[in-house]
Design a protein around this ligand. Sequence first.
Ligand SMILES: Cc1ncc(COP(=O)(O)O)c(C=O)c1O
Length: 377
Amino acid sequence: MGIEMDRRQWLKTGALAAGGLLTGFSGSGCRDTSEAQGMLGHLPSDRSVVRLKSNESPYGLSPSAQEAAKNALALSHLYPHSHYAELKSMIAEREGLTPEHIILGAGSTEILVMLIQLYGLQGEALAADPTYFDFVDYAEKANCFLRLVPLDGNFVHDLPAMEKEINPRTSLVYICNPTNPTGTIVAQDRLRSFCERVAPKALVMVDEAYHEYVEAELYGTMLPLVKQGVNIVVTRTFSKIFGMAGLRVGYGVAAPETIRHLRRIQRNFATLAFPSLQAAVASYTDLEFQADVFRKNIEAKRYLCRELERKGLFYIPSQTNFILFQIDQDARDTVKAFEAQGVLLRGFPFRDKNWIRVSIGTQTEMERFVSVLNHVV
Ligand SMILES: Cc1ncc(COP(=O)(O)O)c(C=O)c1O
């Protein structure tokens, strides 16, 4: 059985405790509410602090993207909307689609929020528990009724259970693949047939924010389904492997009709800054840089997994740039202890256990994390 909730229900029943969401899981995603509220004061520029809490890339922008953004500053007195076409065409060409299949947003978050507003509010939304916390958060802010279905025993989306929860009111189904916060994937063939069966009943959003990090052969993007005309939206971002979280560029891919609907409610004719657009264009073509970040992420992740194993800590094998592992002590206190040592993490209880999510940093950052881990845990 799924967990049904809107904000008032959550507060009344405490149902979210089952998924850990009301109990200190202050966000599995990128949005750092504590910083937004001025509570932490760790500026991204503070080099003494190791930020392993928001799944940012420690390698930053590619040199070509930095150059492109710098050059774009000279033309930043002009509105950028005519330049949207270039990025959209590049994405369309690589994916075998048309620019009409693509919408750009200030991060994939902008598209996610529009989907909740446009489709979630038509009925109700369905997602896994836990899932990318900001999806839950935005659904809550939009007053969108949300039905949550626990991940299965392997911390993977339980597609059969989710399908059972679909009812005539379901208007939006959110699948994060690979998923945050567990880093697991749903196999391509299983997700494809799920989408084909479910999409005639409700729009399926497949969030592929971590797509570029995946190694598993079982995985596959759902973009080909857009080509086949299946009613889904795939979202991607430049915030992760491209290292552009601060520049805010993401995109959604869907049928032209769905894109037209989204464009109608996009809050502005141009939400992207010109330097961001130009950096994205340069990053998208810099395949060598992307391959280098991919390889470094795998190496640092392997090192981390070996260290967790050596300490006997249970972790969930991840296809992303973060790892979720279990500890036998209070997660929030542990996060605080790490923070006191200048290492920022996420911690939350889930299924009656304490978990820490650590982003994969550089090798040096992971070594620092491990040395603190050896003291704190
Ligand atoms: C699953 C998932 N989707 C979307 C996002 C948001 O990405 P963006 O920076 O493109 O808004 C994140 C960020 O952490 C994420 O983890």
